[in-house]
Design a protein around this ligand. Structure first.
Ligand code: GAP
Length: 509
């Protein structure tokens, strides 16, 4: 068991971020008016822009303008958009029907179900009392429970371990997360996380199909199609962005772990002898990419998986490394943002065996060198990436009326520029409207006439607009406007005619 570390000073909590997302229209609970549905989220007017901006940046940097390889030449990566529902045999071959299981624990008293590897057990070093909490920080009510039933609310009095690391003989002594007495948790049991549905009207078991739990398999199923229709040969990649569905036992932490989410995955097909080199290449490349999206070095680490964490496809070879982020609910620790796995030849070999279709690559120039390519897979969550970008951007600043601002990289900001006439009279709205009409086709621009200027700045701080352009009395005299910079709140005057050029330069800097 590990000793509990002290928590960082947290400047903002997950609750602050969730409240902002709702108030300003980034993310809403799905089916809000019916009390929601656990594990599902809707992206509001600003959230969809933020998500699309992150998605488009990934697509540009992976497919349209892929990285430069070790030989100084651009890599070859093709895009794909495959069906969410595939022939169910594909999921048997991929191992998801037989193996996509998580150890799951039921509470006989509360009737709630938890993933065993998400239950953190706090064991009092003095009296041996054991309490289970869902992973993440302990909130005030949990600390109260720890004190009442465990004997102390000082975390240094406890050792912690995941439920999966404990010996089965200890289970009866654990107090479950939602009850007061020990002994209600069952032993962990396997639970398949794929959503099942039925294709066609008859809905018999013969018509059963699954919603994809990862976008990756659609790529493997089309490996031969891409090879024969595009002018590629290993090493090359196939990339896809799209929805994935997992019936997570404990969806939690806002959009971090949901039941419907989006992935950005790329399968890199290479010669088995080059797998190690490409694994290292993609780890560095992907880490740098997240930095280029504004995530700071201080908030990210690369963590190789321990042997016992590896997925079924990554047991051989060079394993998996995660890019982890310091989430508001894991601080001072980290949690997964993206996994980079060496999937070996697992998937293509499985599909070859199950479908009878040859997956071997034969180089026409060297026909004796036949091989089933090895795969290096950088697999990122798009929606989880949105949460990382939101968490990184949230900046507390007590000096502002909004007490905080969202420091998005301008490329990702949902709104790039706001045009604000100081008052709604004296011809200012007309000048603002003219400027708006000329800028709106070049960049996402908002014109905002109502409320006092302080309130309007506060709103744009909260939604992370990098530039506010203000039209005031001086504008009417000398055709200049003020530009207010979001991060510094500094203001400068530029000429009205120069606004588009000025913003274009700043946004592309
Ligand atoms: N094809 C490999 C694969 O799917 P994974 O680690 O299970 O690997 C890749 O998923 C990424 O997808 C994760 O790093 C995470 O960002 C995202 N992801 C996985 N499950 C998720 C969930 N339930 N909710 C949100 N994002 C999830």
């Amino acid at each position: 068991m590990k000793a509990v570390e002290n928590m960082d000073n947290q400047e903002f909590s997950m609750d602050d971020l969730v409240a902002l997302c709702k108030r300003r229209g980034f993310i809403f609970q799905a089916s809000d008016i019916y009390g929601g549905i656990n594990g599902f989220w809707d992206y509001g007017p600003l959230g969809v822009e933020l998500k699309n901006n992150l998605r488009d940046a990934w697509w540009r940097d992976m497919v349209l303008c892929p990285p430069i390889g070790p030989d100084g030449q651009p890599l070859d990566i093709k895009g794909l958009d495959t069906s969410i529902i595939q022939n169910p045999k594909a999921w048997v071959a991929s191992g998801h029907v037989g193996g996509f299981n998580d150890p799951m624990v039921d509470c006989k008293e509360s009737k709630l179900r938890y993933r065993a590897d998400h239950l953190v057990i706090y064991k009092n070093k003095e009296n041996g009392k054991m309490l289970a909490f869902l992973e993440g920080e302990l909130d005030n009510s949990q600390l109260k429970k720890l004190k009442k039933l465990g004997g102390s609310d000082n975390l240094s009095d406890y050792d912690t371990a995941l439920m999966t690391d404990l010996d089965a003989s200890e289970y009866p002594n654990i107090v479950g997360p939602d009850v007061k007495d020990a002994g209600s948790l069952t032993e962990p049991r396997a639970f398949n996380m794929m959503f099942k549905t039925y294709v066609g009207a008859t809905a018999t078991e013969d018509d059963a199909a699954y919603l994809r739990p990862e976008t990756a398999q659609g790529i493997f199923l089309n490996y031969r199609n891409v090879l024969s229709s595009s002018r590629v040969k290993p090493p090359f990649g196939i990339a896809q962005i799209g929805k994935a569905f997992r019936n997570e036992v404990t969806p939690r932490n806002f959009i971090f772990r949901s039941r419907e989410f989006e992935q950005m995955e790329m399968e890199w097909f290479c010669h088995p002898d080059e797998a190690k080199m490409w694994m290292d290449f993609w780890m560095t490349e992907r880490h740098n990419w997240w930095k280029s999206m504004g995530l700071s070095d201080a908030n990210m680490i690369l963590r190789p998986h321990d042997k016992d964490e590896l997925s079924h496809y990554a047991k051989e070879g060079y394993g998996t490394s995660d890019i982890e982020f310091k989430w508001p609910f894991t601080r001072p620790g980290y949690g997964e943002l993206e996994g980079i796995a060496h999937r070996c030849a697992f998937d293509l070999t499985q599909h070859q065996e199950h479908s009878g279709t040859k997956m071997e690559y034969v180089d026409p120039q060297a026909p004796d060198d036949r091989f089933i390519p090895h795969v290096i897979e950088p697999a990122a969550g798009l929606t989880r990436g949105v949460l990382a970008v939101l968490s990184e951007a949230y900046t507390v600043d007590e000096s502002r009326p909004s007490k905080m601002f969202m420091k998005f990289k301008p490329e990702l900001a949902p709104v790039k520029a706001a045009i604000l006439p100081l008052v709604a009279k004296d011809g200012m709205p007309e000048v603002a409207q003219k400027l708006y009409m000329s800028l709106r086709k070049k960049m996402v621009t908002e014109i905002d006439v109502k409320q006092n200027i302080g309130k309007r700045y506060a709103r744009h701080d909260e939604i992370g607009t990098p530039f506010c352009l203000t039209i005031d009395t001086q504008t009417l005299e000398d055709q200049t406007i003020t530009v207010r910079h979001r991060d510094t709140m500094e203001q400068e005057r530029i000429s009205l005619d120069n606004a588009e050029k000025y913003l274009t330069e700043k946004l592309n800097a």
